[in-house]
Design a protein around this ligand. Structure first.
Ligand code: NAP
Length: 280
């Protein structure tokens, strides 16, 4: 069998950001106010600091303003208060609460303080519900980016067996719900799954969202399957053993350059959509 085609997330994300920048400029011309994303950083975790800086830089390049709120030492109560204030501020259109936030914060209470119409990172219960029902609303950004990649490469999930490895609230679980909303037959695998290889072998579409380097091996990929690797581990390594999987799959995302760039592109796109809806 020939090698899989690569699903190029870098190129698609670039086109999405260009399109988003045009929409942001039009909206700014029309309303006199640029779309604005509030970024909220709790604590001083170096990775989180870098992620937030990256997101703010991308916003600036796309003509989206960002308002940064830093809470180096905070309580759930104070954080909830800050998020409610941003939710009520008409000059803020989207809110990104960088996570993880540390064990001392009640993460769910914080997420639920974000107004659903500003939940451009898709973290609230309301967003999860609309996404699961396939209704308009904001999706969790990485799963949303995965669906865009599948669409771009004409992968129709309807009737396909999709196996999602990982069930986190921001990635695995919503990815499975989006695939289900598009009529795939979805199986979730996780750390207690008895025979992961057997489940993966059945899959027409594999979504790897684990955080374990090269966990999914080529020998378990059904010939011709579509392989989406959302994992990102030290040394630019995904959750799929790329070298063996590329020999069996029909389409595969590289790491880096596959799912990764789609996450920020989706965040920017949803921020401009939020601003457009709020301007009406
Ligand atoms: P997470 O919250 O740690 O969740 C990991 C999931 O994998 C859990 O559901 C866990 O099962 C499952 N798991 C762990 N070991 C397993 C094993 N041996 N077999 C099967 N399942 C196993 O991680 P996450 O936040 O979802 O992130 C997953 C990966 O995606 C990471 O590499 C992360 O860096 C990457 N990521 C990428 C982006 C992006 O923009 N590209 C965004 C977010 C995350 P249990 O539920 O049973 O514990």
């Amino acid at each position: 069998m020939s090698q899989a085609r690569l699903m190029d997330g870098t190129a698609l994300a670039r086109r999405m950001v260009e399109e988003t920048a045009k929409r942001a400029a039009d909206l700014t011309d029309r309303t006199g106010q640029a779309p604005c994303l509030a970024t909220v950083l709790v604590g001083e975790d170096p990775a989180s600091v870098t992620y937030v800086r990256m997101k703010r830089n991308r916003c600036r390049k796309a003509g989206i303003e960002s308002r940064h709120v830093e809470l180096p030492a905070t309580t759930t109560e104070e954080l909830v208060g800050a998020l409610r204030e941003l939710s009520n501020d008409p000059t803020v259109h989207g809110i990104l609460l960088q996570h993880p936030m540390g064990a001392h914060i009640d993460e769910r209470a914080a997420f639920e303080a974000i107004a659903p119409e500003k939940d451009v990172d898709g973290v609230t219960f309301a967003s999860f519900a609309t996404m699961s029902f396939g209704l308009p609303g904001f999706v969790s950004c990485t799963p949303g980016g995965i669906m865009r990649l599948l669409d771009e490469y004409d992968v129709d999930p309807a009737g396909k067996r999709a196996v999602v490895v990982g069930r986190s609230a921001i990635l695995g679980k919503p990815a499975g719900m989006l695939l289900l909303a598009r009529d795939a037959t979805v199986t979730y695998c996780h750390s207690r799954t008895a025979d992961l290889s057997a489940a993966v072998r059945e899959a027409d579409i594999v979504v790897a969202a684990v955080g374990r380097p090269r966990l999914i091996r080529g020998q378990d990929i059904k010939p011709g399957a579509v392989v989406v690797d959302a994992g990102y581990n030290e040394g630019n390594v995904g959750d799929v053993d790329f070298d063996s999987a590329v020999e069996r799959a029909s389409l595969i995302t590289p790491v880096p350059g596959g799912v990764g760039p789609m996450t920020i592109a989706t965040l920017l796109e949803q921020t401009v959509s939020a601003a457009a809806r709020q301007s009406h």
